[in-house]
Ligand binder design. Structure first.
Ligand SMILES: *[C@@H]1O[C@H](CO)[C@@H](O)[C@H](O)[C@H]1NC(C)=O
Ligand SMILES: *[C@@H]1O[C@H](CO)[C@@H](O)[C@H](O)[C@H]1NC(C)=O
Ligand SMILES: *[C@@H]1O[C@H](CO)[C@@H](O)[C@H](O)[C@H]1NC(C)=O
Length: 473
């Protein structure tokens, strides 16, 4: 009995040690059929993932994280920055509602991410004015609520906030157009013992520059390493990370802690987005950080959050079709490939208790002609409202023929609308089948049952309106 008691006392300490060194994961929820927070939290625990980074502060999610000891970074969406920047009261309310209450209920909130990559050039400067004042106001609100030491602010930024004209890390500095602002933010983080959070994506480098050396994106060595003074870089992650270290060092912030807010590799939607590369990248990265040696410019453990946990089929595809395929797990919590997170003895553990819709799919009718003029607008409509990002050159369903393509689009729309009969209408071009049309690696999905049926009710109501309009147009 006495011994048992000792073990119980030690357990929390043991868990805390694990949580400091373990790998984290980003948990985004831009999905038409998100897994319920209770399923996802169980998945996190089964996989030994001790840290999560969220993009907002949803009550259902935070409630499930109570007393799990999982370390949480809550997020403030960019759309809220303006109001938090201009109103101290708004910042206090945000902290009271979305941090203090949960902390007292036993949610292990450690960071508040103020904004998400607010200085991306594609935002055209929209958040340049509001980010820093919002950061200040949230920090003041945290101090006022007595959480100043326990909960740290940070601002996840894309790696394009710094650059190196020569490509050598030692020539790194903050991007010239935002350098004064970056220095203000960095000083503020430093003054408040808060970390710098950066998202690093070798995949994007490869995607946007066809001449980027493929092997440099991974961790297995490269035929053309980058030599920088006494350091040799054989992978882009280290070089990019150290460009930031140099940028900080040059401006007097040698020791500012760095968090890798997002890192990962997508599995579909582009010729370089596939299972093989994603497995290679993520396992290579994990092995690299689990070795604990850090990078040439900064030795020691690396604090990182994989991007991401689960695929999100509602993410904007403006950056590319791969955006909806970053998950280690598919939309339904099935692992995509074997990966050792270094936390369990097994590979990835699938989600438990997931319920699916019926085993049926929507496909193009055999009797319909490919050149029927109603086909093209129907496919466009389906793809615009559902998800066709697995169709295209060298993607998982890139090998389908024309009929397969059309069926894929129809089915995606049908599943997205919870297999509503009306969603398999398409001007009489489509029909429901019990025979799985999946072929090879191309999966015709069946959606999952979402506990919150309000969302699906809303969807069917909208659908009814849409078909009504189409019929009378
Ligand atoms: C708390 O966070 C949620 C989710 O991000 C947001 O909708 C809400 O406005 C926040 N509450 C306050 C008081 O700002
Ligand atoms: C930024 O500007 C471009 C070109 O003017 C425009 O297409 C895009 O929608 C703008 N983005 C935002 C977030 O305002
Ligand atoms: C299937 O659809 C994709 C994406 O719309 C297109 O690129 C491809 O050419 C289509 N394939 C056939 C055989 O029609």
């Amino acid at each position: 009995m006495g011994r048992f008691y000792v073990v119980l006392c030690l357990a929390p300490w043991f868990l805390m040690m694990v949580s400091v060194s373990g790998i984290g994961a980003n948990w985004g929820t831009q999905a038409s059929h998100p897994l319920s927070p209770s399923i996802v939290v169980q998945m996190l625990r089964d996989n030994g993932i001790q840290k999560v980074k969220l993009f907002d502060a949803e009550d259902a999610t935070l409630t499930m994280l109570k007393k799990t000891n999982i370390e949480v970074m809550v997020g403030i969406p960019n759309e809220l920055l303006q109001s938090l920047a201009t109103s101290m009261k708004a910042a206090e309310n945000w902290v009271a509602k979305n941090v203090s209450g949960y902390v007292s209920d036993g949610v292990n909130i450690r960071y508040v991410a103020v904004g998400n990559e607010p200085f991306l050039s594609s935002f055209n400067g929209t958040f340049l004015q509001s980010t820093f004042p919002a950061l200040q106001n949230i920090q003041s609100a945290l101090i006022k609520s007595g959480l100043g030491n326990q909960v740290k602010v940070t601002c996840p930024l894309n790696a394009d906030v710094y650059e190196s004209p020569s490509g050598k890390p030692s020539d790194g500095d903050f991007r010239s157009d935002i350098r004064p602002l970056m220095l203000t933010i960095v000083k503020f983080l430093s003054d408040n013992a808060a970390p710098f959070t950066v998202n690093i994506y070798p995949f994007i480098s490869l995607y946007s520059d066809p001449s980027f050396p493929v092997d440099y994106a991974f961790f297995d060595g490269t035929s053309s390493p980058v030599t920088d003074n006494s350091a040799t870089y054989t992978n882009m992650f280290d070089a990019n990370h150290d460009t930031l270290v140099w940028a900080l060092k040059k401006n007097g912030f040698d020791n500012l802690p760095i968090i890798i807010g997002e890192i990962g590799w997508p599995t579909d939607g582009d010729m370089n987005a596939n299972i093989e590369y994603a497995q290679k990248f993520n396992q290579g990265f994990l092995k690299h950080i689990l070795a604990g040696q850090g990078t040439p410019m900064r030795t020691g453990p690396i604090n990182a959050y994989l991007f991401s946990l689960i695929d999100e089929d509602q993410k904007s595809i403006q950056p590319g079709n791969f955006e909806r395929h970053w998950g280690l797990f598919y939309y339904d919590g099935q692992p995509k490939y074997q990966l050792s997170l270094g936390t369990t003895n097994t590979g990835l553990v699938r989600a438990k208790g997931v319920q699916y819709l019926d085993k049926k799919w929507c496909v193009m009718k055999n009797s319909v002609n490919l050149d029927d003029p109603k086909v093209a607008p129907s496919v466009s409509y389906a793809c615009a409202n559902a998800d066709c990002t697995s169709l295209g050159y060298k993607t998982s369903c890139g090998g389908l023929d024309a009929r397969g393509n059309i069926s894929y689009a129809f089915n995606s729309y049908y599943q997205m609308n919870d297999q509503d009969n009306q969603a398999c209408g398409f001007n009489n071009l489509a029909t429901v089948t019990n025979k799985d049309p999946s072929m090879g690696i191309c999966r015709f999905e069946i959606e999952i049952l979402v506990e919150d049926s309000a969302a699906s009710l809303r969807a069917s109501a909208m659908l009814a309106v849409v078909w009504f309009l189409l019929m009378f147009m």
